[in-house]
Ligand binder design. Structure first.
Ligand SMILES: NC(=O)C1=CN([C@@H]2O[C@H](COP(=O)(O)OP(=O)(O)OC[C@H]3O[C@@H](n4cnc5c(N)ncnc54)[C@H](OP(=O)(O)O)[C@@H]3O)[C@@H](O)[C@H]2O)C=CC1
Ligand SMILES: CC(C)(CO)C(=O)C(=O)O
Length: 332
């Protein structure tokens, strides 16, 4: 396997350090640009694991707290900051990279690649999608707690990277319908605020029918808006997206059987939004429920449920309600 050149990870936190770490473990020259506080924990010996028992290690990460000189220029930059930091990170890259540098956004939401492209018009920013969860169970270990295939826009600049990611054991699927893929992921991410409000690990929260009903209510509203907007949604799950609300509302014993794959989650995995709240960082709610609210406005449809989540997750402290109370609040 021969990488076309060095990779930079811009915003090396959970996702960036895991994906970049897997590439580094496969021999790719990866430079990590992240916070000193995170680098102190992982840079002198990173261990990686996944839910299938895979284990990798990287003795030393090439860690930078500022952008390094672009000599040699990276052949690929993985943009892995949270949505609120997208524009500033992209502007920093634009100031350092040669014209036409390729940046792959590995972020949730549907707007990050476009925002980065606007902030860095001289670069080529492409959307990607990370389906799996990454947690940090120990200071020097990152763990992939759910499964799924990385996806990205089918652009010529990314084609040489497909065998590289494949050789690292993280297959990269290039898709012509990336916006539909991103909306499909966003639908699944509508569980993030619910998970954060529940205070529980993902698996425990998904095994509670009232919390699932909250996610179903948000998804149903989003699906109606997407349909009104004529926006296709890709199928990332065994069931098509339009059936997901009914699946979530099913009694728990039925859900356990029908959603066995969705429930293949490590007991301790939490959503990235729960991680944000735990660390006192602003949650990425505007990129998720906020995107549904904005699309609703463009097609003249109210989105009170997603709006309620934007307000709840923007409040400090978070409103404290039981699962049943949230279910009633969202579904009236
Ligand atoms: N965690 C997960 O399991 C999943 C996350 N995602 C998505 O992936 C994206 C990344 O998430 P995640 O890895 O969890 O986020 P993290 O917060 O763990 O990582 C991002 C890191 O980038 C740092 N950062 C921000 N701006 C800069 C900058 N200009 N230069 C250097 N470092 C910077 C942040 O520091 P600081 O906090 O100080 O800003 C933070 O340490 C998000 O869009 C998320 O929704 C998708 C699937 C799963
Ligand atoms: C993987 C998933 C859907 C849930 O962990 C996620 O995207 C996140 O945590 O933001």
């Amino acid at each position: 396997m021969h990488a076309p050149g060095p990779v930079w990870v811009m915003g090396a936190g959970l996702i960036g350090t895991y994906v970049g770490g897997r590439l580094a473990a496969a021999g790719v020259d990866v430079r990590f640009i992240g916070r000193a506080s995170f680098g102190e924990r992982v840079a002198q010996g990173l261990r990686l694991s996944d839910l299938d028992g895979g284990r990798w290690s990287v003795p030393r990460l090439n860690w930078h707290t500022e952008l390094p000189p672009a000599d040699p220029a990276p052949a690929l930059v993985l943009l892995c900051v949270k949505s609120a930091a997208t524009a500033s990170a992209a502007a920093q890259l634009q100031a350092r990279l040669p014209q036409g540098g390729v940046v792959l956004s590995l972020q949730n939401g549907v707007d990050n690649a476009a925002q980065a492209q606007q902030a860095a018009p001289g670069l080529q920013v492409l959307p990607g999608m990370v389906p799996f969860n990454v947690a940090q169970p120990e200071a020097q270990r990152l763990h992939q707690g759910t499964s799924g295939t990385l996806m990205a826009a089918d652009a010529p600049a990314l084609r040489p990277w497909v065998p590289v990611f494949g050789a690292a054991g993280l297959p990269l699927q290039l898709r012509p319908d990336m916006l539909a893929v991103q909306w499909a992921k966003l639908l699944l991410n509508l569980n993030n605020p619910v998970n954060a409000l529940s205070g529980r690990p993902l698996r425990a929260q998904l095994l509670d029918r009232d919390w699932r009903a909250c996610t179903a209510a948000l998804m149903e509203e989003a699906l109606q808006v997407l349909q009104a907007a004529g926006q296709p949604v890709a199928r990332l799950t065994p069931l098509p997206p339009r059936l997901l609300p009914a699946l979530l509302r099913a009694p728990t014993p039925v859900f356990r059987v029908l959603a066995a794959r969705m429930l293949r989650i490590d007991d301790e995995a939490r959503s990235s939004m729960a991680d944000d709240l735990a660390q006192g960082r602003p949650p990425e709610i505007d990129a998720l429920c906020g995107a549904v609210v904005r699309l609703g406005r463009t097609v003249g449809r109210p989105t009170p449920r997603n709006q309620a989540m934007v307000e709840a997750l923007s409040a400090s402290p978070l409103p404290s309600r039981s699962a049943l109370a949230w279910r009633q609040h969202l579904t009236g």
